[in-house]
Ligand binder design. Structure first.
Ligand code: MLT
Length: 311
């Protein structure tokens, strides 16, 4: 018996609808990824997995709700490197321990971030952006999905490399940031490639750089931060699934196995690749690989973020 659920109940899992908490607004990268994952679970486990968007405070409100849910497999979290590792750099009292309060299930996808500016922003490449941003720092409005979100972390790295501290405006996700940018209220954002891909292609916003060593196959004309002399702007956040800690092992294993199978499907891989994702190879799937990645990313990025935040 673990956390109020007996082994027979664990064997029968899932016997009813499962809630997948997505800790950001509908329509953005976290939501799109969470829905792909929920669909995989529904298909392999024969029950409905329903996404619930619980936005706010950089995803930490939704993550906290998942951490405190009964550890019975009926509430799980589709989080990311922010909610489940790096947010701790920005909140003295997160209310949950990203390492101790969750059972890792597995990675879902990784996407490089883009620097995206409104259509009429007076810069067409990173060099022009840096010059404009330095000269107009007080006028800039940067949109992000809250302190500790990956859009916040991406632009924090960018700003720290340039040496500016413009106004950072929080939203409940980057889908609403994009709307505000289309409306001209926000100048730019740093968002995983899938967030703005269609708008970049349609020319309703401009992508100035991909924050990676390699260009994105989905946007081959957008140069990298490295090509443009700003290698510090390098971020490809991972999105991943978690259950509250204490969730019985058979349930964790069922979820992990379903996710592994789904990620191995050609159709799922094509869908993710079309969104600009780096596909998670078999050796990086599952609870152990995710747990190791969280530990290594926390160790690698915490000092960089803490330094950037105080710069
Ligand atoms: C979103 O889906 O809104 C973003 O992925 C959240 C974030 O920037 O962390």
């Amino acid at each position: 018996i673990a956390a109020g659920i007996n082994s027979a109940q664990a064997e029968d899992y899932p016997a009813r609808t499962v809630t997948v908490i997505v800790p950001f607004a509908a329509g953005g990268p976290a939501d799109i990824t969470g829905r792909i994952v929920a669909d995989i679970f529904s298909r392999y486990l024969g029950q409905k997995f329903v996404v619930e968007n619980v936005g706010g405070a950089g995803g930490t409100i939704g993550a906290l709700r998942a951490a405190r849910a009964p550890a019975d497999g009926y509430t799980i979290l589709s989080g990311h490197v922010g909610t489940n590792a790096l947010a701790a750099a920005f909140y003295p009292n997160l209310g949950y321990d990203p390492l101790k309060d969750f059972e890792p299930i597995g990675l879902s996808a990784e996407y490089p971030e883009l620097l995206v500016v409104r259509k009429d922003f007076p810069a067409n490449n990173l060099k022009e952006f840096v010059a404009y941003a330095k000269a107009n720092e007080a006028k800039l409005n940067v949109g992000h999905a809250g302190l500790g979100s990956v859009s916040y972390i991406g632009c924090l790295l960018l700003h720290s490399a340039i040496g500016i501290k413009p106004a950072m405006v929080p939203f409940t996700g980057t889908a609403p940031v994009l709307n505000a940018m289309l409306g001209g209220e926000i100048d730019y954002e740093c968002d995983p490639v899938l967030g703005t891909l269609e708008h970049v292609r349609a020319g309703t916003v401009k992508a100035l750089a991909v924050a990676a060593k390699k260009r994105s196959p989905m946007l081959p004309d957008v140069p990298t931060s490295y090509e443009q002399g700003l290698p510090e702007f390098d971020i490809a956040p991972f999105y991943a699934v978690f259950a509250p800690s204490g969730t019985p092992k058979p349930i964790v294993e069922k979820l992990a196995e379903a996710l592994n199978k789904g990620l191995g499907e050609e159709a799922v891989q094509k869908r993710l690749a079309d969104l600009g994702a780096d596909i998670i190879e078999p050796g990086r799937r599952g609870p152990k690989a995710l747990g190791d990645l969280i530990n290594s990313e926390t160790t690698r990025l915490m000092p960089i973020l803490k330094a950037a935040a105080t710069k």
